[in-house]
Design a protein around this ligand. Structure first.
Ligand SMILES: *Cc1c(COP(=O)(O)O)cnc(C)c1O
Length: 494
């Protein structure tokens, strides 16, 4: 299996190298040359598999240079008792037409663990395959959940260091507390005076900085990424779309071959893109609902075929989706635009220069065949949290609520055939301020008291990794300007 940059059809690398590099040197993102097909017969064989075994079957298709035993070891270690649910990604049924896929039973209580418990192992294996002996410095920009999940995944992993940047005022209190109290000798966390786009742009620029790369190389280091621009983040995410499908089949909610829709709260377009890849592989998926908050650049793009980031980024109650530059959309454009690297290079240059681009009719039609867009503002999101609890006794976080609200809108306005799985991206306990507010309750300043209040109110358990937070010491308090990110990286990677 060869991997190409979305911006260059002439050069290719192996899967291991794509994971090691994180991002292509031309600024593009690595993509597999094809999607291995899963036939109906093969799908039937996957139905009884555990999550770890399914992860093995799916990921080895994309990484043929790894021995079966290697991938098997990685997946066994990645999806075991580090998750609080033996099912890893349990499915809850809300009604006949709707289920929720809970992706927050990992150590940091957000869906990022699904990939970031696996990525450090994949990366270590890939370093060996590529003969890379330099120390790898992982850089991550986070809108809240990636940072903690990456820190937890890479803490004290030999031969690695990790540096996480988060927007100072753009994450929830709990998300911040999780990051600044991270333990481990190879970790560092720093906030940036700016929003997520500023932070991500500064970090992405570092990957394109040849001078810095050379300087680091001379000191025996190189940079890689833990953001969903890294193929090693996307690949493990394909698995849970299949797992949701096989779970529904096992429970008799659907017959094998029936189409299922997924509703995905979306920011950087990484989660939902993994669903698209699963569909392209042959998993019977109908529509993919792309749910946004008030930063509805994707809703507008899906409606008009024009991507226009020229607007103010607003801070919302679903901070992990406060994004105007959805990096992984670049991959979708590549897949639907005839895999034409020159075209993508042109579109991304336009985005960079003028803040917008327009796609042609063919791409619009190809995307419109699968994706439906929609958005909900904060008021609506809080109403959804309250209504979902009242109707089903089920507690959701603000991001999941954005998804459920948009799903309701779509069902009201159009015909949506088949069962729909709403992807639940985080534990409600990470966003106590908003969730308590949705129930008309005050949010205590004291974090353990917040957890207690939410637990009492809803009869749900406080996730253990969050309950332990109050006893952790704060380790990282640096704040820098966005133009200081480069210097900071240089200082802490040397
Ligand atoms: C990361 C995240 C999202 C957005 O996912 P993308 O892959 O960036 O589209 C949504 N909700 C939560 C809770 C997240 O952590």
């Amino acid at each position: 299996m060869r991997y190409f940059s979305t911006r260059d059809n002439t050069r290719h690398v192996s899967g291991a190298e794509a994971i090691v590099r994180g991002q292509a040197p031309d600024g593009g993102l690595y993509v597999p040359e094809s999607f291995p097909a899963i036939s109906g017969e093969e799908l039937a064989k996957l139905v009884p598999l555990s999550y770890a075994d399914l992860a093995f079957c799916v990921t080895k298709l994309y990484l043929p240079e790894f021995a079966d035993e290697e991938i098997y070891e990685f997946t066994k270690q990645s999806y075991g008792d580090n998750f609080s649910s033996p099912e890893i990604a349990p499915l809850r049924s809300l009604n006949e037409d709707t289920s929720v896929l809970e992706l927050w039973h990992g150590p940091t209580c957000a869906f990022k663990d699904m990939a970031l418990q696996y990525l450090p192992r994949l990366l270590a294996g890939s370093l060996k395959k590529t003969g890379e002996t330099k120390e790898v410095c992982i850089l991550a920009a986070t809108s809240g959940d990636t940072g903690k999940a990456a820190l937890e995944g890479f803490a004290d992993v030999d031969g690695t260091r990790i540096l996480v940047f988060y927007p100072r005022d753009g994450v929830s209190d709990i998300q911040k507390l999780q990051m600044i109290s991270q333990t481990g000798g190879n970790v560092r966390v720093c906030s940036v005076n700016g929003n997520f786009d500023d932070t991500q742009t500064a970090v992405k620029a570092i990957f394109g900085d040849a001078l810095l790369r050379d300087e680091l190389e001379r000191s025996g280091k190189f940079l890689s990424s833990a953001n969903s621009i890294n193929w090693g983040r996307l690949l493990p995410q394909i698995v849970y779309y299949l797992y949701a499908y096989t779970s529904l089949t096992r429970r008799g909610k659907i017959a094998l071959g029936d189409k299922v829709n997924f509703c995905v709260p979306t920011g950087n377009f990484g989660n939902i893109l993994a669903g698209y890849i699963a569909k392209e592989m042959g998993v019977p998926i109908g529509k993919l609902i792309c749910a946004s908050n008030s930063n509805k650049v994707l809703t507008d793009f899906l409606a008009k075929g024009v991507y226009d980031k020229r607007r103010e980024l607003v801070l919302t109650a679903s901070p992990s989706m406060d994004i105007l530059i959805s990096s992984n959309l670049e991959r979708l454009l590549y897949f639907t635009g005839g895999r034409d690297g020159n075209l993508i290079k042109e579109l991304m240059a336009k985005l960079n220069k003028s803040g917008k681009y327009e796609v042609d009719e063919n791409i619009r039609a190809a995307i419109g065949g699968t994706f439906i867009g929609g958005y909900n503002d904060d008021e609506r999101t809080k109403t959804t949290i309250k209504d979902t609890f009242r109707e089903y006794g089920y507690l959701v976080d603000p991001h999941t609520a954005v998804g459920l609200g948009v799903l309701n809108d779509i069902r009201r306005d159009t015909e949506l055939d088949g069962h729909t799985v709403a992807v639940s991206a985080a534990s409600a306990y990470k966003f106590c301020e908003t969730v308590l507010d949705a129930f008309g309750e005050d949010c205590p300043d004291d974090v353990p008291m917040r957890f207690e209040r939410l637990s009492k109110l809803t009869g749900t358990l406080i996730p253990e990794p969050l309950a332990e937070l109050a006893d952790k010491a704060v380790r990282f308090t640096d704040t820098i300007e966005k133009d200081e990110v480069r210097e900071y990286v240089w200082q802490y990677t040397r």
